[in-house]
Design a protein around this ligand. Structure first.
Ligand SMILES: Cc1cc2nc3c(=O)[nH]c(=O)nc-3n(C[C@H](O)[C@H](O)[C@H](O)COP(=O)(O)O)c2cc1C
Length: 314
């Protein structure tokens, strides 16, 4: 998730049971221009594996060029301690600025372009042994639910997995999901191409419903992890018949504290605290007194002030 799933966040999710992660989306075009800030989004520190790097764009050539750079690590500012697990292609972003450029979910209007992009990216990453995966939506809008067609095109281009966010572009992030979209993709593809179901999974029951109804091979969790990164362990524990103890206030505050310290360790104290304000607020949502603490977090400038605000909850 852009603005959230940087490597400190991914490492935290892994500590809480996530098996696989995907980077924030990275502009293919900006990569090819050698943009340093863009390259930073691809950092893969020790332990951040398996992690796919997601690219967005719409030109097969620049997508392929960016994918080769990311798969090989051959670019200025590359900081890999781990090899990318895959190059993931974004065909689902609904944000206006992205779709008006022809990127993200706008690609779903042109199945042949999707195939050509995936094929070009596969060819570019093949020498480095890095597979290519794709993230799509149910379709553009209610009248154009073509996830199965797009998934087939991506598979024809060489994609080894397809994640389906079970909403159309027009629906953005609400209302509820359409599990039939995921099911149609699973039915359209050979078993050799994995299908991952995504959308509104935040507990064991949601996960079971997604897996059983659609027969998909795995589940991707987005927003539920923002405030409850332990959602992964909670769901896995239920599948494995293990007890899961819901985190109490002290645990939540401790997790927020560690997360902010990790972010500050990467980006420096001032920037880290600034970047963490909204993100730490997710961890304490629902705790008595959280509203006041949130406003204190918003004016905190140092880690000490941040910690002092969080202490108010204990
Ligand atoms: C703030 C935000 C940023 C997102 N950024 C990305 C992104 O960069 N790439 C992507 O494939 N999906 C992105 N998504 C979509 C999520 O990955 C996911 O498909 C969607 O939120 C539905 O899943 P969920 O209900 O588990 O959150 C983003 C979603 C949100 C809310």
């Amino acid at each position: 998730m852009a603005g959230f799933t940087d490597h400190p966040f991914r490492l935290m999710c892994r500590r809480f049971g996530a098996d696989y992660a995907v980077s924030e989306m990275i502009s293919a075009k900006a990569m090819t221009f050698g943009d340093r800030k863009t390259a930073e989004l691809s950092a893969l520190p020790q332990g951040d594996s398996p992690c796919a790097l997601q690219i967005f764009g719409h030109e097969p050539e620049s997508m392929a060029q960016a994918a080769a750079m990311l798969a090989s690590g051959g670019f200025d500012g590359c900081s890999y301690a781990e090899k990318p697990a895959a190059i993931d292609i974004n065909m689902g972003c609904p944000v206006k600025k992205i779709v008006t450029s022809g990127d993200g979910s706008a690609l779903m209007k042109d199945a042949d372009l999707c195939r050509r992009i995936v094929s070009a990216v596969c060819e570019a990453t093949e020498p480095y042994g890095v597979p290519v995966t794709v993230k799509i939506r149910a379709g553009w809008d209610e009248r154009h639910k073509n996830a199965a067609e797009i998934a087939r095109a991506c598979a024809a281009g060489g994609a080894s997995a397809v994640t389906v966010h079970a909403r159309t572009k027009e629906q953005m992030y609400a209302p509820g999901i359409d599990l039939d979209a995921v099911k149609s993709v699973r039915q359209a593809l050979p078993d050799s191409v994995a299908v991952v179901g995504n959308g509104d999974v935040s507990c064991y029951e949601d996960a079971v419903r997604m897996l059983e109804y659609t027969e998909c091979d795995g589940i991707m969790i987005g927003r539920a992890a923002l405030g409850d990164p332990w959602v992964f362990d909670e769901i896995k524990a239920a599948f494995e018949g293990r007890d899961f103890v819901a985190p109490d206030t002290a645990f939540r505050v401790g997790a927020a504290r560690r997360f902010v310290a990790d972010i500050a360790g990467v980006y420096g104290e001032e920037a880290g605290v600034r970047m963490s304000r909204g993100r730490a607020a997710h961890f304490i949502k629902g705790i008595r007194g959280a509203a006041e603490v949130r406003s204190r977090l918003n004016s905190a400038r140092t880690l000490e002030e941040f910690d002092a605000a969080l202490d108010m909850l204990l």
